[in-house]
Structure formats: C-alpha cells, structure tokens
Design a protein around this ligand. Structure first.
Ligand SMILES: Nc1ncnc2c1ncn2[C@@H]1O[C@H](COP(=O)(O)OP(=O)(O)OP(=O)(O)O)[C@@H](O)[C@H]1O
Ligand SMILES: [Mg+2]
Length: 243
C-alpha cells in the first residue's frame, strides 16, 4: 500500500532521515520505534507531504507522493494524528471533529460522525466543551476521532501514548487493535512505548538517528535482545513508560 524507497530528508545541513526504506501492506499495523530525535516525526511529516525528501521515492497505491502537496495526500486518504494532538483548543469538541471532514465531498459524513461518537461515547457527552479543557486521554480520543472523520485509508499516529497514564494507554492501544481488526484500518504507529506498540503491531522498524537499524515481525522484535535491552527492559526516562 505504502512504500518508501531510500528516502533522505534534511533540515538544512542536517540529515534527519538517511537511506530509509519502509513498506506497509494494506490491513497491517506497522510500528516505528525510536528514541527522542530518532526521526519518527520527520518520517510521518514526510509521508504527509509536510516535508520534502531530498532523495528517494514514496509510493501509495502505485501513485508517486514525493512531490504531492499535503492537501492531495489527505485527499488520497493518508491522515496523520500529529504529535501532541494539535487540536484547536478554543474550539469545541464538535467543531474539532467536523474539522476532520473538511476535505470530503461524499455523502457519508453523518454516518462517520455517529461511528466516531460510537467509538468514543465520552466525546458525545462533551460536544460543546472547548477541546483545550479535555483531559489528556480525551484529547487523544478527539485527535483520533478527528482523523477518522477524514475517512483514512492509512492512519499515521505520532506517539499517541505520550503523556497518558498506563491504563489510558492500554485502552487506546486496545482501540487501535480493534479498529484494525474490525475495519481493516491500515495504521503506521510511531512510538517510544515498544512494549505496547509491539503488542498490537504486525511488523516493526527500529529507527536510530534517521536510519533503519532493525526490521522484523513484531514477535521477532519482541524476542530481539537489542530491542529488549534498549526498549523493553530497563527503560530510562521518557514518559509513557513501559507498562
Ligand atoms: N525543524 C527542524 N530543524 C532542524 N532540525 C530538526 C527540525 N525538526 C527536527 N529536527 C532534528 O531532526 C532529528 C529528528 O527529529 P524528529 O522530531 O523527527 O525525532 P522524533 O523521533 O520524532 O523524536 P521525539 O520522540 O522526541 O518526538 C532530530 O535530531 C531533530 O533535532
Ligand atoms: Mg516526534
């Protein structure tokens, strides 16, 4: 479905992604693991068209994306839930949700509205509340709900567990797994929480300083001693800690 070939992305003289190749098949959950600064956000923003690769190709359903605009990429169905949610804090839950469907022209928006509120009943109770006054977990639900209102074919999530309590992280990942199972939603999940993300993913990539260090099935990575040492064992610092 999505294929990146030998991608390079620079911030001026700094190379943030180097010779990065990655593949996601339809219906899969693929996780990209990496510490702070590994290049996860850069990778997702490149797929979304917000950053332009200086080398390499990106293909989505046989279309070339590396020169497409962010608007075109959204219209193709690649929808990103950005790091830190990036909601409109002064707008209501209702307004934030509708914002997700702004680029759609089909007649099924109302149906998706009911579907999203079915997934997240707590948002229905708070439709008139300003998004900025929701709890962290509710804000993450709203950010995902907003993305679902765009009717994604491929959902990109940038560290959704960040800053959430372990029990909320567990609920969130259970939801993502169910979304993948029941709707065959294809998901690219950037995370530092390797324990949780390998628990729901089919395949994973380990990113270090902008290059892929390891690739494998989720169960292979869970067994890998380097992954265990760096991401599953004695984790130091960061939040969203191993549960
Ligand atoms: N706008 C920018 N200008 C210059 N360098 C940048 C810029 N944005 C990111 N970088 C650098 O690119 C590298 C990758 O950053 P990126 O934000 O992609 O990492 P990340 O894996 O998402 O980290 P985190 O887990 O902390 O969110 C880092 O070294 C960072 O300093
Ligand atoms: Mg990031």
């Amino acid at each position: 479905m999505l294929q990146l070939e030998e991608i390079e992305v620079r911030y001026g003289p700094i190379i943030a992604l180097r010779d990065l190749s990655l593949k996601i098949s339809e219906g899969q959950i693929v996780t990209v693991l990496g510490a702070n600064g590994a290049g996860k956000t850069t990778l997702l923003r490149t797929i979304s068209g917000l950053l332009r690769p200086t080398k390499g190709r990106i293909r989505f359903d046989s279309r070339e994306l590396q020169r497409a605009s962010p608007e075109e990429i959204v219209r193709l169905g690649i929808i990103q839930v950005p790091e830190g949610r990036q909601l409109f804090p002064d707008l209501t839950v209702r307004e934030n949700l509708w914002m997700g469907s702004y680029s759609r022209r089909d007649g099924e928006i109302t149906r998706d509205w009911e579907r999203v509120l079915g997934y997240f009943p707590v948002l229905r109770e708070r439709l008139s509340q300003a998004a900025g006054t929701l709890s962290g977990g509710e804000q993450q639900m709203l950010a995902i709900g907003r993305a679902l209102m765009a009717r994604p074919k491929l959902l990109l999530l940038d560290e959704p567990s960040l800053g959430l309590a372990p029990v909320v992280v567990q609920q969130l990942f259970r939801f993502l797994k169910e979304l993948n199972r029941s709707e065959k939603m294809t998901i690219l999940l950037a995370e530092q929480n390797a324990h949780m993300s390998l628990g729901i993913a089919h395949e994973g990539y380990v990113l270090e300083t902008g290059t892929v260090q390891l690739f494998g099935s989720a169960s292979e990575l869970q067994r890998n001693s380097q992954v265990q040492r760096l991401y599953l064992g004695g984790r130091v610092g960061g939040d969203g800690a191993s549960v």
